[in-house]
Ligand binder design. Structure first.
Ligand code: NBP
Length: 477
């Protein structure tokens, strides 16, 4: 046995991860259900490092040094269960099985508990950064036992992306499903970030009257400032691209239907279960859903409403600056919601997730990498029990400065008939949190009226019910 680590499942992600381990000096055992893929990898990239190709699960396990570390990179769902079962039967107590696929954290919890019975450490690991990240350095979010991280951590730290300060973009997130939970919320935040950027683009196009190439310039400029991030950078790239066939801007020839694989939906479903408000992430998921309803959209196209009138000139430039403020403020709100969800999940499942560390390992390698994440790490470092990112002094000050423009952008979007659900919902969330009184008092009154659901009073303790159908006296419940 000579291999320090094994990878089974050698499609795009597994292959690149295996190469990344090898390029970093680790001997890697290779395995794939269809053996041709294993041979292809060795033929094409064998020169990059030490690979041990194997033709069966048994051979693969035999090639691994103890304690054995095997990364499973197969399709999420049933294939993952099949592969885990096959390998678990061959492993020994103390060995480590890593699932790097996009598993639901509840599946990870179930698998971890089952494998723990056999003494096998199961590490559900979020990996972000796509194909390129897997090869050049992803952001890695491992869950599992402390002991598993002791053995696996040094390897992951070698292959992970580096943050601008040189720190590896991986850290132990917490027991069992913590890693996959954090990855899920990462993706939810990614949905929200992308939606906000799309709304900014739409407003710059329809209200400011800018062409895609001009908007690309705006994003390039924004990328020099506080919005500096991978998603803003690639937005500029996509908007600059021209379709070779028609000569038109690429963004105008792509069908306006955004697809999804499900992690955004999981983030929202989980938030609903936890009772955590994540309207920004939900709006982003729903916006993709609305875009996909072609029939509904076609049937609704004639509905009354204003058409946007392009501003042009100085007014367009001033509006562009306002959109930057709205985008930044809304972004702070989506991260606030995402971190609230992580804190709630951590509390419910007893993961003890370090929120500042989560932000720190997202600074490189992953899709939402951004300069901004440093600020979040600092906010939690300054106040570990921060109830909400919005209450961090720095963020609160920035939002205070941005809010007039933010409100103006939401108002303009509404009066000009340009949908901006992300900006609007972020603002509504912000105003809901700061409201002295919410109309929830009326909602609770209605609930008591039709269902005798009772209510609490502002002026004394206890639970009350008004006899609505009778003389409307109040009874203590
Ligand atoms: P796929 O998700 O397309 O899975 C293909 C791999 O699964 C192949 O190695 C295939 O073997 C194997 N496989 C299947 Br399908 N069913 C199997 C079974 N019953 N038993 C054994 N092996 C089976 O690959 P991917 O796009 O590289 O993604 C791998 C994992 O990483 C997924 O969970 C994905 O969600 C996750 N992920 C992907 C990305 C990304 O950007 N693509 C990013 C982050 C995470 P075969 O060669 O024999 O068919």
């Amino acid at each position: 046995a000579s291999a320090r680590i094994g990878v089974t499942g050698l499609a795009v992600m597994g292959r690149n991860l295996a190469r990344n381990f090898a390029r970093n000096g680790f001997t890697v055992a290779l395995h794939n259900r269809t053996e041709a893929r294993t041979r292809e990898l060795v033929d094409a990239f064998g020169h990059e490092g030490d690979f041990v190709p194997t033709g069966s699960a048994r051979e693969c396990v035999a090639a691994l040094r103890r304690p054995r570390c095997l990364v499973v990179m197969v399709k999420a769902g049933e294939p993952t269960d099949d592969v885990l079962q096959e390998f678990a039967a061959l492993l020994e107590p103390g060995d480590i099985l890593v699932d790097g696929g996009n598993a639901h954290f509840e599946d990870t919890r179930r698998r971890e508990a089952a494998l723990r019975e056999h003494g096998i450490h199961f590490v559900g690991t979020g990996i972000s950064g796509g194909e390129e990240g897997a090869l050049l350095g992803p952001s890695i979010m491992p869950g599992g036992s402390d002991a598993s991280y002791e053995a696996l951590g040094p390897l992951l730290e070698r292959i992970a992306a580096r943050a601008p300060d040189g720190a590896p973009c991986t850290a132990h997130m917490g027991p069992d499903g913590a890693g996959h939970f954090v990855k899920m919320v990462h993706n939810g935040i990614e949905y929200a970030d992308m939606q906000l950027i799309a709304e900014a683009y739409d407003l710059l196009r329809k209200v400011a009257g800018l062409a895609p190439a001009e908007i690309a310039e705006v994003f390039r400029r924004w990328n020099q400032g506080r919005l500096d991030s991978y998603l803003i950078e690639i937005t500029a790239q996509v908007l600059t691209h021209t379709d070779a066939e028609t000569g038109r801007p690429f963004v105008d020839v792509v069908a306006d239907r955004a697809e999804q694989k499900g992690t955004g939906r999981w983030t929202v479903q989980t938030a609903l279960d936890l009772g955590v408000p994540v309207p920004g992430i939900a709006e982003a998921v729903f916006a993709r859903s609305v875009s996909g309803h072609a029939d509904l959209r076609a049937a609704s196209r004639h509905l009354a409403g204003p058409g946007a009138r392009a501003l042009g000139g100085d007014a367009a430039a001033a509006f562009t600056d306002r959109v930057e403020q709205a985008l930044y403020a809304s972004k702070i709100v989506s991260y606030t919601q995402g971190f609230h969800e992580i804190a709630a999940g951590s509390g419910k499942y007893g993961w003890n997730i370090d929120l500042g560390r989560v932000a720190a390992i997202w600074r490189g390698g992953c899709i939402i990498r951004a300069a901004f994440l440093d600020r979040i790490t600092r906010a939690y470092a300054a106040q570990p029990g921060l109830p909400s990112l919005l209450t961090d002094k720095g963020f609160a000050t920035e939002i205070a400065a941005a809010q007039d423009d933010w409100r103006a952008v939401v108002a303009t979007a509404a009066t000009q008939g340009v949908p901006a659900p992300g900006f609007a919902s972020a603002l509504a969330y912000y105003d809901s949190l700061r409201a002295e009184r919410l109309p929830a008092a009326l909602t609770q009154g209605q609930r008591d009226y039709f269902g005798a659901h009772t209510y609490r009073r502002t002026d004394r303790d206890g639970v009350f019910h008004t006899l609505w159908a009778g003389d409307r006296t109040e009874a203590e419940g």
